[in-house]
Design a protein around this ligand. Structure first.
Ligand code: SAM
Length: 228
């Protein structure tokens, strides 16, 4: 899987991804992350990639041309059937784990377009759809949650992380086993069995130290749903 991140600030993303599980996956050759700095695709001598909004308003809007150029560079010689292009927007469809699974299994290239300021010129979506999906396909406009961030860099990191987790071999054996077997939301404990703090003892649930695997499994299922 190759992630292509189109952004004004690649330097904010790269150190995090390099030092996370994604970095290890890159070393193993399971994942690749490529960066496209919008400034490199500006045809303006001052490397300008934004301009004032039509209709007025205080913020700036990212222009179409540098983004399209970056996209063309990312998609050169790629089969569009294997490519997904994602635009970030706080008003987009809520990104979920299920989407991460589906993206990981269906595509070889995921292009993430990180907006800034007042976002990207609204014509971009239609232009990309016309360029990529002549037969009427859709570009995904995704939100990572009901709040407004300053830019699409955090959403890009979040998607690369969650999608990479779904790729075989990316997670260590133990992590992937836990995730597949138990799902999410199961409480975890480690040593010491009893933690004493300010005169009070905090004990690990006894069932977890019982050695009874069937009971442990039952307890985990129950606590996952918040029933114990
Ligand atoms: N005026 C824009 C709007 O109402 O859609 C908000 C732009 S926001 C300040 C700048 C960029 O941050 C967006 O273009 C998008 O790339 C990203 N962004 C902000 N909040 C986001 C969210 N909740 N999910 C995904 N991307 C987000």
């Amino acid at each position: 899987m190759t992630f292509h991140i189109i952004t004004l600030f690649p330097e904010t993303i790269e150190p995090y991804l390099k030092s996370s599980i994604v970095g290890k996956a890159e070393q193993k050759g399971l994942v690749k992350v490529k960066y496209y700095n919008l400034l490199d695709f500006s045809s303006n001598k001052h490397k300008k990639v934004d301009d004032r909004p039509y209709g007025g308003g205080p913020g700036m809007v990212l222009q179409i041309e540098p983004i399209i150029k970056a996209l063309n560079s990312a998609l050169k010689n790629k089969s569009k059937l294997k490519v997904k292009v994602i635009l970030f927007s706080p008003a987009g469809k809520q990104f979920t784990s299920k989407m991460a699974q589906s993206l990981a299994s269906r595509y070889k290239h995921i292009v993430l377009i990180a907006g800034r300021y007042e976002g990207v010129d609204a014509r971009l979506k239609k232009i990309i759809e016309d360029r990529l999906f002549a037969k009427g396909g859709k570009i995904d406009e995704l939100s990572i949650g009901p709040y407004v961030l300053t830019g699409g860099e955090l959403p890009a990191m979040l998607l690369v992380d969650t999608i990479s987790r779904q790729i075989k071999g990316v997670l260590g054996k133990e992590e992937s086993l836990e995730e597949r077997r138990l799902g999410v939301g199961v409480p975890a404990y480690t040593r010491p069995e009893v933690f004493a703090y300010r005169g009070k003892k905090y004990r690990v649930p006894r069932v977890l130290t019982s050695g009874n695997h069937a009971e442990i499994q039952k307890w985990r299922e129950k606590s996952k749903k918040g029933k114990s």
